[in-house]
Design a protein around this ligand. Sequence first.
Ligand code: PMP
Length: 409
Amino acid sequence: MSGMYLNIEEIRKDFPILKQEVYGKPLVYLDNAATTQKPLPVIRKIEEVYSTINANIHRGVHRLSQLATESHEEARKTVQEYINAASSNEIIFTRGATESINLIASSFCKSQCRPGDEIILTTMEHHANIVPWQLQEDNTGIKIQVVPVTEKGEIHLEDIEELISSKTRLISLTHISNVLGTINPVSDVIKLAHNYNIPVLLDAAQSVQHIPIDVQSLNCDFLAFSSHKMYGPTGIGILYGKEQWLEKLPPYQGGGEMIAHVSFQKTTFNELPFKFEAGTPDYVGSTALAEAIHYINNIGLSSINQYEKHLLDYATRKLSLIDGMQIIGTSEHKSSVISFLVGGIHPYDMGMLLDRLGIAVRTGHHCAQPLMEVFGIEGTLRASFAFYNTEEEIDILVAGIEKVAKMLS
Ligand code: PMP
């Protein structure tokens, strides 16, 4: 048992998919930054909702609708507590981190920006935190400014400060890079931005499952994340926004639920959080996400963080011993994500052959092409660890890489 801090053997029993074999080999799932596997309580919760209380929520007077509504709103409170938001009005259910960022890009630029105003991003952003702003360059005439990334894969506060001008309206950056694993100094970035009265959006898609987040002490203005990367179901995510900001921003989509009254003369909008939740919400997804949060809380996020850090250190040490190993992203402040290249081997070839050994890693540009360009590469292999991974699995990865490297050289 390689879990120094957690009972990994017991934990793994909760994840049925991990018992599988692929190509006759035990599955070694190391693609957790792309999506995490689901524990039985989450899987069972989905079945339970559909089997017992399924009914469209909010508008129903009947019993099932009331129960489903309660379950959905209880889930909102669970999310609120998880990130310590001041009010459940600040928790908006979306389809995921991507939609959360699109919502802010659209509503914020439309209402708060004039042509020529600037939004600051970093070079290490996922495309989900680049392209929505580029769409706004066309729609509202904003300009994007980009913070450079160092060779180690870090950003410097001085570089951000240099880009801040009287035209800067918002800074949007990732908390943890999905490629480099770098944990950005977001608290310092937020303090710096607030000195200039500039709000900050944090892309927490890669952090909310690894490190405790307290939006009130961080003091971020917006925060976006996805359920499926935190052991919850796909297709649902969260936008957190400070209430005073969300009150100010216009709706993102129109439809049922988000209105107070509709007439062809004048339509008025519902209050928060419903103003941003047009259409039937994913009340099954929200309930199952809450179950995932309970699951994380039962293990304890600080124990998870400690154990994953141990896995990161172990993997970094072992991988570094491989001939021709190049790790991309060498910050001292890293989460359990390792991007790497081996000799001149194309990541896709290595990834395909590792797959044949039952090892699931991701290959490619990881939706971060501007970052790839900075490093002068087309892509990498990426191993990303969750609390159910083990040292033994890292040993299998290392042996697999060595075997494949020998075959291909
Ligand atoms: N931001 C980051 C840093 C990510 O890693 C991802 C997912 N790879 C996203 C945003 C987008 O998340 P989703 O596809 O779940 O909306």
